[in-house]
Ligand binder design. Structure first.
Ligand code: NAP
Length: 307
C-alpha cells in the first residue's frame, strides 16, 4: 500500500462501473466490488478485486464508496442498505447520472451516516472508461479531497471541480447540460440518417458535403458508423440509459422553468426504440424509431425472425 492507495467499494459493475473498478484495481487500490447480478462482477476478481455478496460487505472498511448504478432511485435503495455499514468519515463518490432531486436525497443520506458526499458524475463512455480517461465532474467538501483524488485519477484523465457542496448538485447540473447536447446530437444523427435512407440519399454524400466545415462533428461519424456498420452491440451507452437521461434533463428543465422539446422528443424516440427490441443496444439505435414495423427492428432481429 502506498500513501495514495485506498480501499474503494464499487457498487454497480455495469458498462461503466466494471471499467472503473478494473482501473482502480490496476492502479493499486484495494477494490471491493458489488453488483446486483453477481456474475457481472466476477470477472473483476482476475484484476484483484474482491467481489462481495452484499453492498454492506463491500463498504465496511472502505475509505471511498463509489456508486455507479442505473439511476438516482437505485442509488438510494442500494446505499440505504450499505451506508449503515460504512465507516464514519468515509467518502461517498456518487457517479451515477441522477436527477437534481436525487442528489439532494443522496446528500441527506450521506449526512445521516457521517459520510462525506461527492456529487461526481462522469463524462465519457465505455472506451474512455476502460482506458481510465473519463472526465470527472466533482463537487464535495475540501476535507475529503485527499481521499477521493487518487480515485478520480485512476478512473479519469481530468477532474473538473464545480464546488465544495455536493448537495448543491453543481456537478450534476453541468452533467445534465452536457448530456442534453449528447441526447440532441444522437437524435439529430439518427434522424438525418433515417431521412437519407427514406429519400434514397447516400449518407456518404451528406458526410462529404459537411466535411471539415462548422456542421461537421466527430460524434456524428462515431454514432453514424454504429448504425451503418452494425456496431450497436455491445452498447457504449444503452438506449434505456439514454431514455433515463433524457427524462432527467426534461424534468430538470421543467423544475427550473425551461421547456426542452428536443430532449422530450428524444426520450420518446428512445422509448420507442426500446419497445422495438433495441433497449440494450447503443443509443444510436434510436435511429430505428423513425421506422414502423419490420423496418424499425434491427436487421439482425428481422433476419432471425424470418429464419
Ligand atoms: P449499465 O451497464 O446498464 O449498468 C447499470 C448498473 O445498475 C448495473 O450494475 C445494474 O445491475 C445496476 N442496477 C440497475 N438496476 C438496479 C437495481 N434495481 N438494483 C441494483 N442495481 C441495479 O449502465 P452504465 O452504462 O454502466 O451506466 C451506469 C450509470 O452511469 C448510469 O447512471 C449512466 O447514465 C451513467 N453514465 C453512463 C455512461 C455510458 O456511456 N455508458 C457515461 C456516463 C455516465 P445489474 O448488472 O444487476 O443489472
Amino acid at each position: 500500500m502506498t500513501d495514495s492507495s485506498r480501499t474503494v467499494a464499487v457498487l454497480g459493475t455495469g458498462i461503466m462501473g466494471a471499467a472503473m473498478a478494473r482501473n482502480l484495481a490496476r492502479a493499486g487500490h484495494t477494490v471491493r466490488a458489488w453488483n446486483r447480478t453477481r456474475a457481472k462482477a466476477e470477472p473483476l476478481a482476475a484484476d484483484g478485486a474482491q467481489v462481495t455478496a452484499t453492498p454492506a460487505e463491500a463498504v465496511r472498511d472502505a475509505d471511498v464508496v463509489l456508486t455507479m448504478l442505473f439511476d438516482g432511485d437505485t442509488v438510494l435503495e442500494v446505499m440505504r442498505e450499505a451506508a449503515p455499514a460504512a465507516a464514519q468519515g468515509a467518502a461517498w463518490v456518487q457517479s451515477t447520472t441522477s436527477g437534481l432531486r436525487s442528489v439532494g436525497e443522496h446528500a441527506a443520506l450521506a449526512g445521516e451516516h457521517g459520510l462525506l458526499f461527492y456529487d461526481a458524475p462522469v463524462l465519457g463512455t465505455r472506451q474512455p472508461a476502460e482506458a481510465g480517461q473519463l472526465t470527472v465532474l466533482a463537487a464535495g467538501p475540501a476535507e475529503g479531497r485527499d481521499a477521493v483524488t487518487p480515485v478520480f485519477e485512476a478512473v479519469g484523465a481530468r477532474t473538473v471541480w464545480t464546488g465544495d457542496d455536493g448537495a448543491a448538485a453543481t456537478a450534476t447540473r453541468l452533467k445534465l447540460v452536457t448530456n442534453s447536447w449528447v441526447v440532441a446530437a444522437t437524435a439529430a444523427t439518427g434522424e438525418a440518417l433515417a431521412l437519407a435512407k427514406g429519400l434514397g440519399v447516400d449518407p456518404q454524400g451528406f458526410f462529404d458535403l459537411i466535411s471539415g466545415g462548422p456542421l461537421d462533428m466527430g460524434y456524428l461519424h462515431a454514432k453514424a458508423a454504429l448504425i451503418l456498420q452494425d456496431g450497436l452491440l455491445p452498447a457504449s451507452f444503452a438506449v434505456t440509459t439514454a431514455e433515463k437521461d433524457a427524462r432527467l434533463i426534461v424534468e430538470a428543465g421543467r423544475e427550473h422553468g425551461v421547456r426542452l422539446d428536443v430532449a422530450a422528443a428524444s426520450a420518446e424516440r428512445f422509448a420507442r426504440a426500446a419497445a422495438q427490441g433495441h433497449a440494450d443496444e447503443d443509443m444510436a439505435a434510436a435511429y430505428y424509431a423513425s421506422f414502423e414495423g419490420e423496418a424499425g427492428a434491427h436487421p439482425r432481429q428481422t433476419t432471425s425472425r424470418q429464419s
